[in-house]
Design a protein around this ligand. Structure first.
Ligand code: GDP
Ligand code: MG
Length: 597
């Protein structure tokens, strides 16, 4: 029967453990792509994605494989590997019946792997454990096998040894998927119920939504409805995903496919939404739908005020293919007109910033990221604050709440001490500590999200020499003693440099901020006073002394071309400067807070 020969699976792996490499091996083995077509990492087809070595957006691809004389359709649903995109991971997992658990045999299990594994187990997926990078001499298979056995309770001989480099294990993985992963369940004769687990934007064809049919059948030209957005469309084209789009007339329960229906903006297609027919709709949407909300906010401003409209056009375009990006106009006394943008997390923010620069050639200033706060006012009302400079004065504040996360950190036992100190320093509370093996522990902390968005992850990596991994989810809002810390340059407040900070940390933070800004702001024709203030109280001060020498004096008189070159270079450098009052501030000073140690 048709559904018995379908296998839908995803891959759970920590970044760099070899998900893409092994997936490519399977694609070549099943002749889904030819050896010659095989580019490095076909699944990561965004330029940026390749450079960063992470999968930003999930994709899906269908492979055909013959086993015991029968042809099977294997749908690999790719999942993003970063905490910022964890909701997308949960939807991809929901579309599958099995998961490959890929673990680097030299590294062992990491936090992200565990949390995604728990998600997969929660959804009753069949887990197929794979030890990758077995070709490396420093592989420690027995140790890592012990970890896997502890975690999922499998037998040692169930763990496949593989290498994306040599191709070892690829055939076994394909066979094991066919043998172990159950075929999809569902009723092809029931009303249509399909889960959207991803979407991509294509400038020619509009938004392409990827779905898995849970029940029912879908044909081209059907009139369909997206349940949560309550919009109706014509199914102009449906099909399956191979290396490209392969149109089909009909898809049925268990199938994974795509739909093109004239949708122009990513916002209309929500990951987690349900597709059904307008006539004879399914009684219920697929459960677990959530609207994803931004977690981190920052201002994005054009360096040159004339570029404001271009920046808006670029943001509009980015939003066409990235529905999780939000933005609204904002004005800053220091930076002029720009946008307050909402991101899923810090990585997402960096990606947007880079895309603005690369794809749209925009020269922008991004302000220090912050989380959203709940300000409870003395008049009993509550205000959600997305920007520190928008926090009402303390006289009208009853209290402030900030978002908290529950973080899981997995580390080699040697680094537990420094990591504890780091978390406590960031106002963390230890909730639990479990030893996964005698060498590795999982630490569970409650931490304020606002402390994580600065430099937590970098610090964690550096104190653990890369041997610690982090995963988290937002657990709720909690009251905190926060104050607004302002920075003044020559007496003028620079709103874009305001931060909300815990009262106990305000003094040392203000001092370090002034020191860092002193390093970053170049000397000018006059002294520049840098001050940190809480309310009207100045808590720290530094001075950038006036410049004495004329820079061109270096060019011992005569050589006019050298002199011109130098001036030109200065002019270029200036482009990255922003005039704040009478002070020129370099772009990177607005991120000073991220660079403090
Ligand atoms: P992903 O982030 O999980 O998709 O990991 P990639 O597939 O991009 O692999 C990360 C790095 O490990 C790349 O440099 C790969 O070339 C390398 N790599 C992947 N699998 C193997 C393997 O089995 N052996 C060795 N030696 N290197 C591998
Ligand atoms: Mg990858």
């Amino acid at each position: 029967d048709y559904m018995n020969r379908i296998r839908n699976f995803c891959i759970i792996a920590h970044i760099d453990h070899g998900k893409s490499t092994l997936a490519d091996r399977m694609l070549v083995r099943t002749k889904t792509i030819g050896d010659r077509e095989m580019r490095d990492q076909v699944l990561d087809n965004m330029e940026l994605e390749q450079e960063r070595g992470i999968t930003i957006k999930s994709h899906a691809i269908q492979m055909d494989h013959v086993y015991n004389g029968e042809e099977y359709k294997l749908n690999l649903i790719d999942t993003p590997g970063h905490v910022d995109f964890s909701y997308e991971v949960s939807r991809s997992i929901k579309a599958c019946e099995g998961a490959l658990l890929i673990i680097d045999a030299t590294q062992g299990i990491q936090a992200q792997t565990i949390s995604n594994l728990y998600l997969a187990i929660e959804h009753d997926l069949e887990i197929i454990p794979v030890l990758n990078k077995m070709d490396l001499p420093n592989a420690i298979p027995e140790v890592v096998e012990d970890q896997i056995i502890d975690l999922i309770g499998c037998k040692r001989e169930d763990i496949i040894h593989a290498s994306g480099k040599t191709g070892m294990g690829a055939e076994t993985i394909l066979e094991r998927i066919i043998e172990k992963v159950p075929p999809p369940k569902g009723d092809p004769n029931a009303p249509l119920q399909a889960l959207i687990f991803d979407s991509v934007y294509n400038s020619f064809r509009g938004v392409i939504a990827y779905f898995k049919i849970i029940n029912g059948q879908l044909r081209t030209k059907d009139l369909v409805k997206f349940v949560n957005t309550d919009k109706e469309y014509n199914a102009d084209e449906i099909g399956v995903l191979k290396l490209g789009l392969n149109p089909r007339d009909m898809l049925s329960a268990g199938d994974v496919g795509y739909i093109i229906s004239g949708i122009k903006t990513a916002k209309e297609v929500k990951v987690g939404d349900t597709i059904t027919h307008v006539e004879n709709p399914c009684p219920k949407a697929v459960s677990g739908y959530e609207e994803v909300k931004p977690m981190v906010y920052a201002g994005i401003y054009p360096v040159d005020a004339d570029d404001y409209e271009d920046l808006r056009a670029a943001m509009d375009k980015l939003q066409l293919n990235d529905a999780s990006l939000t933005f609204e106009p904002e004005a800053s006394a220091a930076l002029g007109f720009g946008f307050r943008c909402g991101f899923l997390g810090l990585l997402h923010m960096e990606i947007i910033q880079e895309r603005l620069e690369r794809e749209f050639d925009m020269n922008v200033i991004t302000t220090v990221p912050n989380v959203s706060y709940m300000a409870h006012l003395t008049d009993g009302s509550t205000l959600k604050v997305y920007n520190p400079s928008g926090m009402p004065p303390s006289t009208s504040l009853d209290n402030i709440e900030e978002p908290f996360i529950r973080a899981s950190i997995i580390t080699a036992a040697d680094y537990i001490g420094p990591i504890m100190n780091l978390c406590l320093d960031k106002r963390g509370e230890l909730v639990n500590q479990n030893y996964l093996t005698s060498e590795r522990a999982e630490l569970i902390f409650n931490l304020p999200l606002g402390e994580i968005v600065f430099d937590f992850y970098d610090k964690l990596k550096s104190i653990s020499r890369g041997y610690a991994s982090l995963d988290y989810y937002v657990s709720g809002y909690k009251e905190a003693k926060l104050v607004r810390l302002d920075i003044l340059l020559n007496g003028e407040m620079v709103d874009a440099l305001s931060t909300l900070i815990h009262f106990d940390n305000a003094y040392p933070f203000g001092r370090r901020m002034c020191e860092k800004l002193k390093e970053l702001i170049p000397r000018q024709q006059f002294d520049i006073a840098i001050q940190a203030a809480v309310g009207s109280k100045i808590i720290a001060r530094e001075t950038v002394k006036a410049m004495r020498k004329d820079v061109t004096a270096k060019c011992y008189g005569g050589d006019i071309t050298r002199k011109r070159k130098l001036l030109e270079k200065q002019k270029k450098g200036k482009k990255r400067m922003k005039q704040v009052g009478n002070v020129e501030v370099p772009q990177n000073a607005f991120l000073a807070v991220l660079k403090m140690d």
